[in-house]
Design a protein around this ligand. Structure first.
Ligand code: C2E
Ligand code: MG
Ligand code: MG
Length: 262
């Protein structure tokens, strides 16, 4: 008989044995290609050298409730690292961290964020949380309240995977968010797919009319970046600029950038 630990216990063990990692994906400004921020993405390497997809273990952590502890660890680890880079490179590098539904609704959310900001020295206005449309729209009145409290700490908010979930436009204009992150499924077939071209340019126009910035996810080719730049999309993320990298490899990108800028 195979004995398997409950998922919550497996995740808790993995955290206490230091198995999780945080990788960093560059976020660039499309006008000049400069790295202006990073998205922290959690990784769980397995002993047999296989790779557990984040979508799977994050969903398991969410179901088991362990995401609250894991998410706090990701935030703290990423904030410490980002602060070190800010100091070393004298850069106002911004940190984006994903917030899951359970984390977003947890009663200790604000306190744990304040503790991390205090302990790491990262400024609230250098931190951004990414939430999905479904989290924001699930109970919009409550969500708006939580989002306002985050904004009071100077933190920015973005809507992740925009266009794939359920958004009510009447709430969208009331949500205190700063950025729409266009989902990579709309970017993948640019410039061939006429529908995607229309969707991406319409989202950009709408976002700007609502005073929101636009970031495109999943940018893999130069023609995609070119189209997005022409649309007026301000920021981008994707394999064209860099994958989610371990800290030492991300640092090489920052070093390369520094040597390019006089
Ligand atoms: P996400 O927040 O939308 O993150 C973007 C995903 O797109 C990442 O997948 C990233 O590696 C991938 N990606 C980036 N550029 C490209 C590209 O050019 N092409 C393609 N095909 N993919 C690209 P990843 O790291 O597998 O993460 C998947 C999802 O897992 C994330 O989606 C996020 O929802 C969740 N996740 C990851 N880390 C965390 C975390 O620490 N906390 C929470 N709550 N969720 C997390
Ligand atoms: Mg994200
Ligand atoms: Mg996304």
């Amino acid at each position: 008989m195979t004995y398997r630990l409950p998922m919550h216990q497996r995740l808790a063990n993995a955290l206490s044995y230091g198995e999780f990692r945080v990788n960093f994906q560059p976020i660039v400004r499309l006008s000049d290609g400069e790295i202006i921020g990073v998205e922290a993405l959690c990784r769980w390497p397995q002993r047999d050298e296989t790779f557990s997809p984040p979508e799977t273990f994050i969903a398991q952590a969410e179901t088991s409730g362990f995401i609250v502890q894991l998410g706090e660890w990701v935030l703290r680890t990423a904030a410490e690292q980002t602060r070190r880079w800010q100091q070393r490179f004298n850069l106002p590098l911004r940190l984006a961290v994903n917030l899951s539904s359970r984390q977003f609704l947890h009663s200790n959310l604000l306190k744990s964020i304040q503790d991390v900001l205090h302990d790491t020295g990262l400024r609230g206005d250098h931190l951004e949380f990414e939430i999905t449309e479904s989290i924001a729209m699930h109970n919009p009145e409550d969500s708006i309240g939580i989002m306002r409290q985050l904004k009071l700490l100077g933190i920015s908010l973005s809507l992740d995977d925009f266009g794939t979930g359920y958004s009510s436009l009447s709430y969208l204009k009331r949500l205190p968010i700063d950025t729409l992150k266009i989902d990579k499924s709309f970017v993948r077939d640019i410039p061939e797919d006429a529908n995607d071209l229309a969707i991406v340019s319409a989202i950009t126009v709408m976002a700007h009319a609502l005073d929101l910035a636009v970031l495109a996810e999943g940018v893999e080719t130069a023609p995609q970046a070119e189209f997005l730049r022409e649309c007026g999309c301000e920021f981008a993320q994707g394999f064209l600029f860099g994958r989610a990298l371990p800290p030492d490899e991300f640092e090489d990108l920052l070093l390369a950038q520094r040597s390019r800028i006089p």
